[in-house]
Write a protein that binds this ligand. Sequence first.
Ligand code: BLA
Length: 317
Amino acid sequence: SIISTAIKPYPLLSRTKNTRFSCSMKVASSFSYQKFIQYALDETKLSTSDLIPSSLQQDFSTLKSLDGKTELKMCSFQAPKIRLLRSLSIETSEGMQVLDFAVFPEAEFDLPIFCANFFTSANINIVVLDLNPLHDVINETHYKEKYYKNLIPLGVKYSELLPWGGKLTSESLKFFSPIVIWTKFSSSQENHNILFSAFKDYYKAWLNLMDHAIKETDHSQISLNLEAQHRYLTWRAQKDPGFHVLKRLIGETHAKDVVKKFLFSGVNDLGNKTFLDYFPEYESENGSIIEKRSIIGKSFEKRPWNTQGVFIGDTFG
Ligand code: BLA
C-alpha cells in the first residue's frame, strides 16, 4: 500500500490543552492552505475540548503521488457533536494547491455541513465556501430561518468581495446555501487574504452554530438528518469535480479509496440507498450511472440569491 502511516495518530496530544494540532509541516511557498487547516483546528479546540483523532487517521495521513513528486496530506478528527472533521490538502511543485476541508455533524444534529473546497492552479482559483444545508433551503423556510437568517449579512459581505463564479453544474446548487461563496479569481496576495478571512469568518459562524446546537431526540427527525447526510455524501462521492485531479495524481484505485473511505466516509455505512435511488435521473439505458456531472447542464450565470437571502434563480429541471 502506498498509504503511509508515517504520521501516527496522536491520541495523547489531543487531550492536552494548548497543544497545536498539526497535519503537516510548514511549506516554503508564500501562499499555502496549511494555515487554513491550522486555524480551523485551533478554533475547533476552543469550542470543544473533546476533539480527538478519528479512526480514519490511521489509514489516511499521507499519500505519495504516482510520480513521487507530490504528497497528499490528510487529517481527521471527531468530537461529541462532530461525526467527522477531515481535511485533504495537496501542493505540487508546479504550483497546484488544493484544500478540501469539511465538517460533518452527528446525525442527532441538523447542523449544516461545513464545506471549503479550494482549487488553485498557476493562475486560477476555483472556490466553494459554504455551510452546506442539510435540508431544503429553497422551497422550505424553516431550516433556512433556523441557520441562515443571521448569517445573510456575512454572505452579502463576502459575495461582494468574492463575486459569483459563473455558471455551474445546476444540480450542485441544491447543496448550497444562501450564503454560498462560489467564485473564481486569479492569484494575488490580496485575493488570498480575502479568502482566508472569509474562511475564518465562515468557520467561526459554523462553530457558533455548533456551540448552540441541541441534540435531537426525536427518532424520525434523526432519521431524516441521517438520510440527508447520506444523500449529500452519495452525491459528492460520485460527482466531485476533484476526482479527476486525484485520479491523475494517485491512480484510480487510490482515488476511489480516498473519496469513499476518507473524504466522504459514511457513504458506505450511513444508509442503504444507492446513488440512483437518490438521483434516478442519472440512470443510463443499461442501468449504469451516467458519467457526466450534470444532466440539466450548467446554469446560474448570476448569483441566484438576493441580498435578503431569497432564492431568485430559475426553478430546476
Ligand atoms: C470545479 N468544483 C468545481 C465546480 C464546482 C466545484 C461547483 C465548478 C464546476 C461544476 O459546476 O461542477 C465544487 N461542487 C463543488 C462542491 C460541491 C459541488 C464543493 O456540488 C458540493 C456539493 N475541487 C476540489 C478538489 C479538487 C477540485 C479537492 O474540491 C481537486 C483535487 C478541482 N474543481 C476542481 C477542478 C475544477 C473544479 C479542477 C474545474 C474543472 C471542472 O469544472 O471539472
